[in-house]
Design a protein around this ligand. Structure first.
Ligand code: 3PG
Length: 396
């Protein structure tokens, strides 16, 4: 088995007082300004503690959400407070609102060995997503080396992920190394059959991925709004359900004819969906969804079909709930699949913030061999797509 050879942070010569730029993915799920899951913050603590032990001066960079302006709701400040609490260190940890103004530059310059500065949401600077090299160069002034621990963002060619490595030696953090090691097991000579479950919303971004999974997996199960969009593409009505309308011509070759692809045959539907309130539901076969109905979960026949496939699998990859699982009434399908996976003897990996948050609240994560911090990044890695954030830390 050929494995990716990464330059681990363990190999970096970090002397006491050396400044290290640490890129993490603290893009955590939030409700308003409250963090609903801190799994990604916890995931990078090992790298932070390693750097602290070496006596580094650490400058942490992360993005949060997809801001189009300096949206105060997307400030990293709440994340900073959670990070400080989780790190539980007596060392000084500061927040830097603007690392490019005088106050910010001074605050970073005055960091002492073992102190940490977390910079405001790096996507507040539009140059980040454009991978602007002048911006990457400015960022590079804050460290002698850069450590990438942001696996979840490593599919993006952004300045603090990719461009920065033009100016600083780049190393992989422990979280990144762990992700690559586990995910590689699912694609390099995996134990077969391989079953992949793909949920989520946007067909425009997931269509090619499903196609790739159809060639690498033995069975691909699609649920959620993604399945609705596939049905609409075939001219099957999904009533008022969430789906994304796309021009079939803009997508690649048809996938619905593949014998490996399994989409729901029935659904739990309702005429209303009222968050927090129990609503009247019915079970409908796909093809007979009323114009005034929403599909909110997979139905019992689909659940049986999916579970039968999962029972035979030796490798299971899961990303995205198969229903509107944030609402208890419509979480049945997603939880039933999770419980079935728990009973299967297979190598099991799961990723995607929504799926993880739901399964975590029901204590259903422990049966997975690997819980990935990546959503899109995990899928793209498994599909063999380019990962600029990993390329920069690979040994030549
Ligand atoms: C994620 O949550 O998948 C990563 O943080 C990447 O975020 P993005 O899709 O906004 O680039």
């Amino acid at each position: 088995m050929i494995t990716m050879r990464l330059r681990s942070v363990r190999e970096a010569h970090i002397q006491k007082g050396m400044s290290v730029l640490l890129r993490v993915d603290f893009n955590v799920p939030m409700k308003g300004t409250a963090i609903t899951d801190d799994f990604r913050i916890q995931g990078s603590l090992e790298t932070v503690r390693f750097l602290l032990k070496k006596g580094a001066r650490i400058v942490i960079i992360s993005h949060l959400g997809r801001p189009t302006s300096r949206d105060p709701n997307l400030s990293l400040r709440p994340v900073f407070f959670r990070f400080k609490k989780l790190l539980h260190s007596s060392n000084r940890v500061i927040f830097v609102k603007n690392p490019f103004d005088l106050a910010g530059i001074c605050a970073i310059q005055q960091l002492k060995a073992g102190e940490i500065a977390m910079v405001e949401n790096i996507r507040f600077w539009k140059e980040e997503e454009r991978n602007n090299l002048a911006f990457a160069r400015k960022l590079s002034c804050f460290g002698r080396i850069v450590v990438n621990d942001a696996f979840g963002d490593s599919h993006r060619e952004h300045a603090s992920i990719a461009g920065i490595a033009k100016f600083l030696p780049a190393y992989a953090g422990f979280l990144l190394v762990r992700e690559v090691r586990f995910l590689e097991r699912a694609i390099k000579n995996p134990k077969r059959p391989v079953a992949s479950i793909i949920g989520g919303a946007k067909i425009s971004t997931k269509y090619e991925l499903i196609r790739t999974f159809l060639s690498s997996s033995d069975q691909v199960l699609v649920g959620g709004a993604l399945a609705n969009s596939l049905l609409v593409l075939e001219g099957i009505s999904v009533g008022k359900s969430v789906f994304e309308k796309v021009e079939p011509k803009k997508l690649g070759p048809k996938i619905l004819t593949s014998a490996k692809l399994h989409i729901p045959v029935d659904g739990v539907v309702s005429k209303k969906f009222d968050l927090g309130k129990n609503v009247k539901v019915s079970i409908r076969a796909v093809g007979s969804i009323g114009d005034d109905e929403y599909i909110l979960d997979i139905g019992p026949e689909t659940e049986k079909l999916f579970i039968n496939i999962l029972k035979k699998a030796k490798t299971i990859i899961w990303n995205g709930p198969v229903g509107y699982a944030e609402v208890k009434q419509f979480s049945h399908g997603t939880l039933a699949l999770a419980r079935a996976i728990g009973r299967v003897k297979a190598f099991r990996i799961i990723g995607g913030g929504d799926t993880i948050a739901i399964l975590k609240s029901y204590n259903l994560l422990s049966s997975f061999d690997h819980v990935s911090t990546g959503g899109g990044a995990m899928l793209e890695f498994l599909a063999g797509d380019r990962m600029p954030g990993i390329e920069v830390v690979m040994k030549k």
